[in-house]
Design a protein around this ligand. Structure first.
Ligand code: GLU
Length: 393
């Protein structure tokens, strides 16, 4: 069979596991060759009246467990191999938290900061026009990802409904609440990660108040997990965004940090803090390190300098497979992204269920259910080695 669609990163990611699990060639193919790949170029009218072409992707990796599910990102480094890898990770993620979904991912190669709201709206609508025949509540369900949010989901859903001539809210999740979005969806990835960390801290016999945390990334996910952990009593000693970072060994008040960033547009010069670079933050001697920005942050170049006890992967694939091996040798525990950051897709699932029932839940109900999904998955994962060894004996 032709194998030019194979995802190399996916292969590297599961190569060792495949040996441990004794996977055959057919199983390896299922896990490394996406089911459907859409690559397209589409025109967008700019405010100047000029037309510019953009490249878009949607990869539907595997639908064995149900319709494919995954976000759409806007980023200048988006490329097909990256989208395939992220669609593969969505497939594993939905399975780990036991959702009735397969995995997908999409994106546009664009630096969104360079475009006006009107241009981004036309771009979002153009993207949906390209994929509208391949998505739907029981086919493939997009959602937000890096640099996309509820407003962009609203434009996309509106375009989809216009094309189909019917109401179809369950086609896209991460929508504004007024359009059928779920309560708590906007901070659910971070809340899910916080529930996972709380379980881990308990398993490792640590105490939240004595646990120092450094968070890399101050977008939706990084900012909210820093805020939630700080509210729960953790000592958040460092945070950073793409421009700079701040550090205080006695802990930062994250609510004040958020206000400072809202006012000044940056993290630096927050009172009582020292400046710290993104690279230095990753190498801090801290109890917990939370990479919550982009892929490939801990690589074979810097993994050896990492000094945290625990790493909670809130970004997708922030640690490369080579770096994973180094961290394992150093006895640093890594909670992988496919569980740590699954809170977003879990609440997307709740949103889809609510849209299908036309029956909406309170924030309290959403968070209680999210907690159950996340903590059950941690428990199941921690029982896995024992389950495997008793099966083998
Ligand atoms: N983009 C998020 C993720 O990587 C959410 C996906 C979704 O809600 O479908 O998990």
């Amino acid at each position: 069979m032709e194998k030019d669609n194979v995802c190399i990163n996916c292969y590297n990611q599961i190569d060792k596991v495949a040996k441990v699990l004794n996977l055959g060639q057919a199983e390896l193919d299922i896990l490394t060759i996406p089911k459907r790949i859409l690559t397209f170029s589409f025109p967008v009218k700019l405010d100047s009246g000029d037309i510019r072409y953009f490249t878009g992707y949607r990869v539907q990796f595997n639908d064995a467990r149900g319709p494919t599910k995954g976000g759409i990102r806007f980023h200048p480094e988006v490329n097909l191999e990256e989208i395939k890898t992220l669609a593969f990770l969505m497939t594993l993620k939905c399975a780990v938290v036991n959702l009735p979904y397969g995995g997908a991912k999409g994106g546009i190669m664009v630096e969104p900061k360079r475009f006006s709201q009107e241009e981004l709206e036309r771009m979002s609508r153009g993207y949906i026009r390209e994929i509208n025949n391949f998505i739907g509540a029981d086919i493939d369900i997009p959602a937000p990802d890096v640099n996309t949010d509820a407003k962009i989901m609203a434009w996309m859903l509106d375009e989809y409904e216009k094309l189909k001539g019917r109401h179809a809210p369950a086609t896209i999740t991460g929508k504004p609440i007024a359009l059928g979005g779920s309560k708590a969806r906007n901070f659910s990835t971070s809340m899910g990660g916080a529930y996972v960390l709380h379980e881990l801290v308990d398993i490792f016999d640590m105490k939240p108040r004595k646990t120092a945390v450094a968070v890399q990334g101050f977008g939706n996910v990084g900012m909210n997990i820093a805020r939630i952990l700080n509210e729960w009593g953790y000592k958040v000693v460092a945070v950073s965004d793409s421009k700079s970072g701040i550090y205080n060994k006695n802990g930062l008040n994250i609510k004040d940090v958020i206000q400072h960033k809202d006012k000044t547009g940056k993290l630096s010069k927050f009172k009582g803090s020292k400046e710290i670079s993104n690279e230095a933050l990753l190498e801090l001697k801290t109890d917990v390190l939370v990479p919550a920005a982009l892929e490939d942050q801990i690589t074979k170049k810097n993994a050896d300098n990492t000094k945290a006890k625990l790493i909670l992967e809130m970004a997708n694939r922030p640690i490369t497979p080579e770096a994973d091996d180094i961290l394992l040798d150093k006895n640093i525990f890594v909670m992988p992204d496919i569980l740590a950051n699954a809170g977003g897709v879990v609440v997307s699932y709740f949103e889809w269920v609510q849209n299908s029932m036309n029956f909406y839940w309170s924030e309290k109900e959403v968070l209680e259910r999210l907690k159950t999904y996340m903590t059950d998955a941690v428990k199941e994962l921690s029982n896995e080695p024992e389950r495997r060894s008793s099966k083998a004996s």
